[in-house]
Design a protein around this ligand. Sequence first.
Ligand code: F6R
Length: 615
Amino acid sequence: MCGIIGYIGDREACSILVSGLSHLEYRGYDSSGVALMEKDNVNIYKAEGKLINLVEILKTKQDVISKAHIGIGHIRWATHGLPTTINAHPHTCNCKNLTLVHNGIIENYQELKEELTKEGCIFKSQTDTEVAAHLIAHEYGKTNDLLLAMQSAVKKIKGAFAFCAIHKKEPDKIVVAKRNAPLIIGVGEGENFVASDIPAIIEYTKKAIYLCDYQVGVVKKDSIKIYDDKNQLIENKIEYLPFEAIAISKMGYKHFMLKEIHEQSDVVRNVLSSKLTDIEHEIKFDEFKLTSNKIKNITRVQIVACGTSLHAGLVGKYIIEKFARIPTDVEPSSEYIYRDTIADENTLVIGISQSGETADTITAIKQAKNRNSHIVIITNRTDSTMARLADSLLPVNAGIEVSVAATKSYMAQLISLYLLAIYLKEQKGLKENEKEIQNLKHELITLPNKIEMLLEKTDEIQRIAKKYSSYKDFIFIARGINYPSALEGALKLKEISYINATGYGAGELKHGPIAMLDSNMPVLAILNSGIVYDKVLSNCEEAKARQAKLIGVSDYIAQKDINLFDDLILIPAVSDILSPALNIVVLQLLAYYISEYLGKDVDQPRNLAKSVTVE
Ligand code: F6R
């Protein structure tokens, strides 16, 4: 993870770096730092914790920092070493001529460190980045050329990196390199930028070059030169950035998470637009590049994703198997990449990722690509690494999601998967479930209104959140298509409130977890009207018999069953098949209000980051 930024031009570098870092804080907030070059002097400022701590330090140095027009900056998500100031980037070498910021993990840093220690390098931090700084400086000693030093250093490094380096003896440039970590070079007029992601520079330029793996770039005030791994100068491919310089604001909401939960009805409308217009017509999916003949040849689907996106994939399995009748496996990308997976040209591999930068999912996709499978990417970021690997790119257009806990992007992924499942069925010409499909299409079209109805009565959820906020543990149960909702509800609660919450298939409760039940362990049961209602209800009875407090989330509870529950949250009537899209809104709100009530940092929970670019 981590975010990096660089500026070279005539403006005051520091304010551009800090503004850029504020837009990269979603990538980590363990520490931050900037290095500012003025003539042949480099001043480094670092702070532990959130960016605001660095800003406070910089306020006291205004007279020094205002003179610097070149600089690099970093926001850290700790991988090697504690989140302390000493481990904060930028890092330097012995003579402090070279300064470096880095995103990624250097896998062979121990070996390199041992070799460099023998050469006299003295290390102050526990980071792998400091090793890279010494290595580049060591190579510089052989050539006195920062470009050559970077090129030769990266050949010795195993792992993932995006580097941004400056050198006191070459004060007119920033040198960058990347492998398996994102890096863009923003193209300006008489100034240029470097960043891990677009929001960091979009205020200043709408043009950028996406650096590719194994390339090294020399960024000067009025030129950008990019070299391949054979040191050949390559033509700059300038692209227009797909973002407006939008003011990313909370729009009056207390937190981004709450705002993003409330945006979900519009997100659904966006995903549906131009694909599903009415219930009579087939789904249109221009982005899906396989012909119907090829679709008919698909023998299996593999879905790879992590965290919340993985939970969307689990719902995807249910509906793709049900409607398109294609066997579907869902696997965390981080496990998929350590198996000798069976995939071929008749396998459809679907990568789901909000950020499009999750390292494990990128590796899984590359593995499947090598087996000639057709790669579908469902992502919120059409400019991401994953999007570039797609054979069929399905953008979800949920808009920037700032809160680290994913909400609206999950909703967008779910809806995309519903459309995809119906599309695959229609392209295969399957005639089963016609009535159900028509009903589902109708429900999808009316879903935004139902989400809005649900969001109008959050008071009840707020009351229940307060009532349960002092519990230390929670169990979420559901069956069938809502099993992933139980997993996602538990994940939302634990990541933003730090309450220990686990999701189970309700039928699994009696195979072990029931041992934990007593009056201190609330059980939240999702039980929509449908085929599993009675079964989940029996599991609720079993929990109640162990004195567990019971919260029910449902669109319908029979009168005779109401007293079983300590608290009930009723959602608008919905079919079992589409109910995950409504139930999740309740679970997101419950997690949000518990976290808010406990005074936690809702949008930036501890130890997490929005874009997980390390394996
Ligand atoms: C949880 C959350 C994470 C991500 C996971 C994958 O709220 O956001 O679990 O879902 O890190 O990230 P993406 O979707 O960017 O691949």
